[in-house]
Each structure stands twice: as structure tokens, then as C-alpha cells.
Write a protein of this length. Structure first.
Length: 121
């Protein structure tokens, strides 16, 4: 697992696999936040499988699927709410970890809208 700690309470990672769940728990994470839509890639595990195994290991899960490159303010608000309420520390993951890190960054800096405005000519 390629885990990147953003804060004391939040880390991001690329797609985790069912056999990663014991390592996630052993690393001290208490929750998993999935930001990847199911079936985004043909080889990715379904979130329900991750959720089932994580639950068996005592981890709380949340599925907040966000389409890459199309993050909305509603996505940011939902991410922030999940990050605030899930047991900490939380491991957030998506395809590469970038989407989860971007959601955190937007949440820290007022949502996606200010960033979109800065990209306009």
C-alpha cells in the first residue's frame, strides 16, 4: 500500500484491494473513505467487498464516489462532512489517491468554486 499522510487524522492512497484491509487496520486506521465510483476500471474491487471485509475487521467505511476531473462543491462538502464524522484516523482512497487529496485540499480552501474561477481567462 502506498499511503500518504496529509494530516494526523487523514491519509490518502491509490485503490486498495481486499487483501490490503488487514494492513489498513494494522496501520491504525479506524475508517476508510472511498472516493472512487464502482466500475471505473475493469480490475477494481467493488466497494461492497471492501466494505464487508473492513467491517469484519472493525473498520467503519463510507462510499463517496466522485468522478475524476468533475469535483463539485457538493462533493467537497460531502467529503468534509465524512472526514469530520468518521472515526480517525481515516484512509481515503481513489484510483491514484489524487482525487482524495484534491477533495481534502478543496475542503481546506473553501470548496471547488474558487479554484474553477481561477482557471477562467
Amino acid at each position: 500500500m502506498d499511503v500518504h499522510h496529509i494530516t494526523r487524522d487523514l491519509a490518502v492512497a491509490p485503490q486498495i484491494r481486499p487483501d490490503d484491509i488487514p494492513a489498513v487496520a494494522s496501520a491504525g486506521f479506524r475508517s476508510i473513505l472511498c472516493n472512487r465510483p464502482d466500475a471505473e476500471a475493469p480490475d477494481q474491487p467493488n466497494f461492497r467487498e471492501i466494505e464487508r471485509l473492513a467491517g469484519e475487521g472493525g473498520l467503519v467505511t463510507r462510499h463517496l464516489p466522485v468522478t475524476s476531473g468533475r469535483i463539485t462543491d457538493a462533493d467537497v462538502a460531502a467529503f468534509e462532512a465524512a472526514a469530520d464524522t468518521l472515526p480517525k484516523p481515516t484512509l481515503a482512497y481513489c484510483g491514484t489517491g489524487t482525487r482524495s487529496a484534491t477533495l481534502w485540499s478543496f475542503a481546506e480552501h473553501g470548496g471547488a468554486a474558487p479554484w474553477r474561477r481561477s482557471w477562467l481567462p
